[in-house]
Each structure stands twice: as structure tokens, then as C-alpha cells.
Design a protein around this ligand. Structure first.
Ligand SMILES: Cc1ncc(COP(=O)(O)O)c(C=O)c1O
Length: 380
């Protein structure tokens, strides 16, 4: 799809410049249209035939399966990235003394779900990286016979670095450690092939780069790991068939081990799941290689624009570690909050995290918007 075609697929932003897909991606027009249909089903419930309860879930899982490069039967619907991490934290049968490794200063989603396990005697280590993000070689000295799980992000929210997934996966494989990866800052911004990653589980939010509705997310858990989960999750709509529902005898808990069992309660959440599928299909049709190539032109342009200015780059300038998240700081870090606010007052929406400014352009942004933002930054 040619670069100049993307903007027509999104609403007009009324002159505002939205450079914060890493927090919230705008709904594509096609997804808005799909949502309107779901709203019509609610306004005229006779339009909501039983089939839609099934096809909404199966259709969305098929799209997510294609997006991730995994079997759709292993996709679990959630409502956030946190959802999948909690399934694992609450479902893995932990033993006292087990160790979980995380990265200090990672997005809290990747750390908080494990901390409650400390009450059970599980040790959670937040490893402080030497640089902006952890490198596989640094991990080695924290691994021991009790290490059970490593949880990291594909792209680091606060520094924009792409982590060396293959390097971490290799160590985890060698040492029999479960590797859980959060894709919230990469899915929708670059091609991701989970089948090639050699990870045990991935989680993602659906409302950032994927531009789905807020309160969406999903995960994929390797079947063997999923089948070992022991948490109490017995949602009637996931557990019982139509025939079961018609039975009059006492209910028995079924030993269902399919991914469906772990779906978030209330999958008939048509307002979210119908437009999320359309948004994901939009990226599948656009081709994430094309999306990434377009992002690269915007990121290159922004970085070139800052060169020789008072700003220093925190995210990588080029190469494989660079993502679509550009993180930078004024030479005088104390000025960043004021700069962020001035940009905001001019209708330029960036993010301020950990004292640094983050710009996250997506396909609806244009080269002119990048130039305007760079110009404003240089003037402030
Ligand atoms: C890496 C990462 N994971 C998760 C989230 C959001 O978490 P959740 O979808 O659980 O609300 C963010 C938000 O910025 C994030 O950067």
C-alpha cells in the first residue's frame, strides 16, 4: 500500500498532531464502521442472532492468529496485556524458592503480576540493566537452577529499544526457563512472527499500535504450558455447549484445556471485539512490512531533524535495536516537562515518561507533521 494512502483511512485530527500511538492508537475508519454495526445489534437486539456470539470470537481469533503467526486455536482473548500475564502468574504451579526474572524500569505490567507471588515464597528479581535495556549476556549471571520464568518486552516502552529476543530465547531454552514476551509496543508497528521467536507465551494490548478499542488485548500460551495452568477459571459460555445448557442434571466442572477456557469473561463484548478484528485486518491487509517501512521514513526524518540541536537521543539512532518509539531529552533534562507542555499547547501530542519525551509516529502521521514537530522543538 503506498505511503500516502494511509491517512484517508483515519479520521481527521482537526489540525492536531497525534504522536502517541505507543499510548493510544486511533480507531481506523473501517473499525468505526464495524463498531456502528455492533451498536446497531444492541439497539435492535433481534439483529443479534446466536451465530454472532460464536463468529465474533472465532473470527477475531483467526485474525490474531494470522497477525502472530500462530494457530488460532491457541489464541486467548483478554482485555489488556496484563490479563495474559495474570493467567500465567495465577496459573503456573509455583514452588517456594522459584525465581522469576524481570527487568528493572520495564513497564509495570511486566513486573507487578509476579510480585504477589512473593507471599508464596517465589523470588522476583528486577534486574538493573547496564545500558537502557537488558542484554542476554547480562541475564546469564542471574540464572540458576531455581529460575523458572523470564518476562520482558519486545520493545521497551521508556527507551524505544528493541530487545534481543533471539538471544534471551536461546538462554531460556538452554536452561529450561519459561520465556514470556510482551508485544504491546511492537505489534502493529512491525512484522512479528511468534512462531519463529521460540517463546512460551506472548501478551499484547490491542489499543496501541493495533489501533483497536481501549480495553482490548490478547495472549498466546504454548499449549503444553496452557494445559499445566491450574487457576480456577470456569466461565459458563466458554465451558458449556448448547447441548450442555439444555441439560437439567447437576453441573459438573469440565476438564477443558482449550484456549477458549481462558478467554476473558464476557467475550460477547461486541463493541470491542468487532472493531478490534477490523483494525487487525487493516494491518494484515496493509502489510506490516509496509507499515514498518513507512515508520522508518518518519523516524529517519525526525532523527535527522534533531541532529545538531540541543536534544539528545535516548532511543537508538539506527539499526535493529531501533523501533517506532523515539525517546529523547533536551541537554538540560529539567526543561523536558516544559517542552512537552509547550508542544501540547500547540496541538502536538507526545508523551512524557521518566523525565524524557517520547514521539511515536504511526501511518496516519505525515512527513509535514514530523517537520512541524521538529521545527517547534528547535524553536522552544
Ligand atoms: C509494554 C507495555 N505493556 C502493557 C501496557 C499497558 O498494559 P495493559 O494493557 O495491561 O493495561 C503498556 C502501556 O504503555 C506497555 O507499554
Amino acid at each position: 500500500m503506498p505511503a500516502q494512502n494511509y491517512q484517508k483511512d483515519f479520521a481527521s485530527f482537526d489540525g492536531k498532531i497525534w504522536l502517541n500511538a505507543a499510548s493510544e492508537g486511533p480507531l481506523p475508519l473501517a473499525a468505526d464502521k464495524a463498531l456502528a454495526q455492533a451498536v446497531a445489534w444492541k439497539m435492535k437486539p433481534y439483529l443479534l442472532d446466536m451465530g454472532k456470539f460464536v463468529t465474533t470470537v472465532t473470527g477475531l481469533k483467526r485474525s490474531i492468529g494470522r497477525l502472530l503467526g500462530v494457530d488460532e486455536a491457541d489464541v486467548i482473548l483478554g482485555n489488556s496485556a496484563s490479563y495474559g500475564l495474570h493467567l500465567l502468574a495465577n496459573g503456573i504451579p509455583w514452588k517456594k524458592g522459584d525465581e522469576i526474572l524481570t527487568m528493572q524500569n520495564d513497564f509495570p505490567t511486566n513486573i507487578l503480576p509476579w510480585l504477589a507471588l512473593e507471599k508464596k515464597g517465589v523470588i522476583v528479581r528486577q534486574i538493573k540493566p547496564k545500558g537502557r535495556v537488558l542484554e542476554p549476556e547480562e541475564l546469564r549471571k542471574f540464572v540458576n537452577a531455581r529460575t523458572r520464568l523470564l518476562c520482558l518486552s519486545h520493545v521497551h516502552t521508556f527507551s524505544g529499544h528493541v530487545l534481543d529476543v533471539a538471544g534471551f530465547a536461546q538462554i531460556c531454552k538452554e536452561r529450561g526457563i519459561l520465556f514470556v514476551l510482551n508485544l504491546s509496543q511492537s505489534l502493529g508497528a512491525m512484522p512479528v512472527d511468534v512462531g519463529k521467536f521460540s517463546v512460551d507465551a506472548v501478551v499484547s494490548a490491542g489499543y496501541k499500535w493495533l489501533c483497536g478499542p481501549y480495553g482490548t488485548g490478547f495472549c498466546w500460551i504454548k499449549p503444553r504450558l496452557r494445559k499445566s495452568l491450574t487457576l480456577n477459571q470456569a466461565y459458563w459460555a466458554a465451558m458449556l455447549s448448547r447441548e450442555d445448557l439444555l441439560e437439567e442434571c447437576p453441573l459438573k466442572l469440565k476438564d477443558i484445556q482449550s484456549a477458549r477456557r481462558f478467554d476473558v469473561f464476557g467475550t460477547a463484548n461486541f463493541f470491542n471485539h468487532v472493531p478490534l478484528k477490523t483494525a487487525i485486518d487493516y494491518w494484515l491487509e496493509s502489510g506490516l512490512e509496509n507499515v514498518k517501512a513507512y515508520h522508518d521514513t518518519l523516524v529517519d526524518r525526525f532523527i535527522a531533524g534533531l541532529r545538531g540541536s540541543d536534544y539528545e537521543l535516548i532511543s537508538p539512532e539506527k539499526g535493529e535495536k531501533r523501533s517506532s518509539l523515539i525517546v529523547f531529552s533536551h541537554a538540560d533534562r529539567n526543561r523536558n516537562t516544559q517542552i512537552y507542555e509547550i508542544l501540547l499547547s500547540r496541538g502536538i501530542y507526545t508523551a512524557l515518561w521518566k523525565g524524557n519525551i517520547r514521539v511515536a509516529p504511526h501511518v496516519y502521521n505525515t512527513a509535514q507533521e514530523i517537520d512541524q514537530t521538529v521545527k517547534a522543538l528547535r524553536e522552544i
